[in-house]
Ligand binder design. Structure first.
Ligand SMILES: [Ca+2]
Ligand SMILES: [Ca+2]
Ligand SMILES: [Ca+2]
Length: 208
């Protein structure tokens, strides 16, 4: 006897929003939203039946994974992502204007190497704060900027500007409140744990 498929596909939008995807609570209402490079989908109270509202508030480029986390500890969720086929690892600071309008400010973390096609966040040093782990893909496309440059797997630790102090040696110190310090090159074997991305229409799956 054939068992029923335990997963039901729910289409949020029939079109693609480019290269890269993420999920997290962007507006702090407790519901997991979907983030694309062209904007984010606000989850309705019932994600199976409600309408997902699209907020076309930014254009991030051809990213890898997009994460939602409060980078600068101001209580407002931000985004962390990278360009999968170009130079640039960065975070997007979410701000609210007096009238309540949401705005985003881009802060570069590192642009010393290219093709950070996939990334993950994990607490590597046990201080309770996530580090950013990513690596350079080998020939993501042979024509990508920096395609022939050395490979590497890297992790970055967020530093509070006040705690780090002026003059501290940082790979990037461009963000107003938070800087990321490049820490080390880790084993190339770790590359195998980093997943590649697919460009596809936006959907969610729920289990019966
Ligand atoms: Ca939400
Ligand atoms: Ca924040
Ligand atoms: Ca940590």
């Amino acid at each position: 006897m054939e068992l029923p498929d335990p997963w039901i596909k729910h289409e949020i939008s029939p079109r693609s929003y480019g290269h890269g995807i993420g999920a997290g609570d962007v507006n702090g209402d407790g519901r997991t939203d979907i983030i694309t490079p062209k904007g984010w989908f606000e989850a309705p109270p019932d994600p199976r039946r409600g309408k997902w509202t699209f907020h076309e508030e930014f254009d991030l480029g051809a990213t890898g994974f997009i994460y939602v986390t409060d980078v600068n500890n101001d209580g407002v969720p931000d985004l962390i992502t990278s360009l999968g086929h170009d130079y640039g690892i960065f975070w997007m600071e979410q701000k609210r204007e007096v009238a309540g309008k949401r705005t985003w400010v881009k802060h570069l973390i590192d642009n010393a190497w290219s093709q950070s096609h996939a990334m993950t966040l994990a607490d590597l040093n046990g201080d309770g704060r996530p580090e950013l782990i990513t690596g350079k893909r080998y020939y993501a496309h042979e024509h990508d900027p920096g395609a022939n440059e050395p490979l590497g797997v890297y992790w970055y630790e967020a530093l509070d500007r006040q705690a780090s102090g002026e003059g501290t040696s940082l790979t990037t110190a461009r963000a107003p409140e938070v800087a990321y310090r490049f820490l080390s090159l880790i084993s190339m074997a770790t590359v195998t744990s980093i997943l590649s991305l697919q460009v596809s229409p936006v959907s969610t799956f729920s289990k019966i």
